[in-house]
Design a protein around this ligand. Structure first.
Ligand SMILES: C[S@@+](CC[C@H](N)C(=O)[O-])C[C@H]1O[C@@H](n2cnc3c(N)ncnc32)[C@H](O)[C@@H]1O
Length: 278
């Protein structure tokens, strides 16, 4: 039997969060070397569905296929169907990516605006930043450089959004999950911010680190049992954070009318009894 390893508490918890923040800051400061010289990531600007060019990365549709409702096989079709009433006015956000190929995969004009939040705009070493910005502007896309664990990032995001809520949130960071602290409380604070940002009727697709698999399962069961009809949620368990061939660990959350204002979480006592997954 595997040894029970709990998530950190107290001083250890703080240390883990600080170390992860430091690692992310280091990556941001040396992004050019990390990305170009060390080829840190093989998925940089992945397509929504279908295979892109070699080196573009696994499509989002393949990663999230097991959280779609039964009989739905297309991520694009699912999103455009549930957001049908928002067509032409919808707003989408990708956390942890540059989002261009992702949002280009939707029906042209479906999203009025899209924003992608990333530690660094990986495209800027291949094309001039001014050219990129001009190209993004034409299709109402914006890349915001910032850390998803830094509250200042959300100030800039809300400013760009004119404090409007969004219809789609998607995060599939793969190897980028290395900058997510293995600390449930910090992660739940960010999920709360995303849930709050999501409009009623909106949907989020979120990849979670494999180490949280047991927590993910317990949390989804709680929501299914206690919030039926107001939050629709589905999850899938992966084996590796950056596996290009099988679905990752992830959940889909559809915020329905009369959904609670706060995203419900497991209480801290329950969390201490749930082991890390290995
Ligand atoms: C492997 S790439 C995936 C990019 C894109 N989502 C895709 O699937 O093609 C990892 C991404 O996560 C981003 N990332 C990692 N940690 C982050 C953080 N703390 N805040 C914002 N972005 C982060 C990196 O900047 C990078 O864009």
């Amino acid at each position: 039997m595997d040894k029970f390893e709990a998530f950190p508490t107290g001083k250890k918890r703080k240390e883990i969060v600080e170390q992860t923040v430091k690692k992310a800051v280091h990556f941001k400061d040396s992004a050019e070397i990390e990305i170009i010289d060390f080829e840190r990531y093989t998925w940089i600007d992945s397509p929504l569905e279908g295979s892109g060019m070699v080196g573009q990365g696994l499509d989002f549709g393949s990663s999230f296929k097991d959280v779609l409702p039964k009989r739905e096989i297309s991520l694009k079709n699912y999103i455009e169907t549930i957001l049908q009433k928002r067509k032409g006015r919808a707003i989408g956000v990708e956390f942890g990516g540059v989002g261009l190929r992702l949002f280009n995969g939707f029906t042209p004009g479906f999203f009025a605006k899209s924003i992608a939040v990333t530690l660094a705009d990986h495209r800027r070493w291949k094309l001039r930043l001014s050219e990129l910005k001009e190209r993004d502007r034409k299709i109402h896309h914006k890349v915001l450089e910032g850390n998803i664990f830094d509250l200042k990032t959300y100030e800039s995001l809300n400013q760009y959004l004119d404090n409007k809520k969004v219809d789609l949130i998607i995060e599939r960071m793969g190897q980028g999950l290395e900058f997510v602290p293995t600390e449930p409380y910090t992660v739940s604070k960010i999920l709360q911010i995303w849930y709050d940002l999501l409009r009623e009727g909106g949907v989020m697709f979120v990849q979670t680190p494999v180490v949280f698999n047991n927590l993910l399962e317990a949390w989804v069961i709680k929501i299914k049992n206690e919030f039926k009809g107001v939050i629709e949620i589905e999850y899938q368990k992966g084996k590796k954070d950056n596996d290009a061939y099988i679905p990752c660990s992830a959940f889909r959350l559809h915020k329905l009318p009369r959904a609670p204002n706060e995203l419900p979480f497991l209480d801290s006592r329950t969390v201490t009894k749930i082991p890390k997954a290995n």
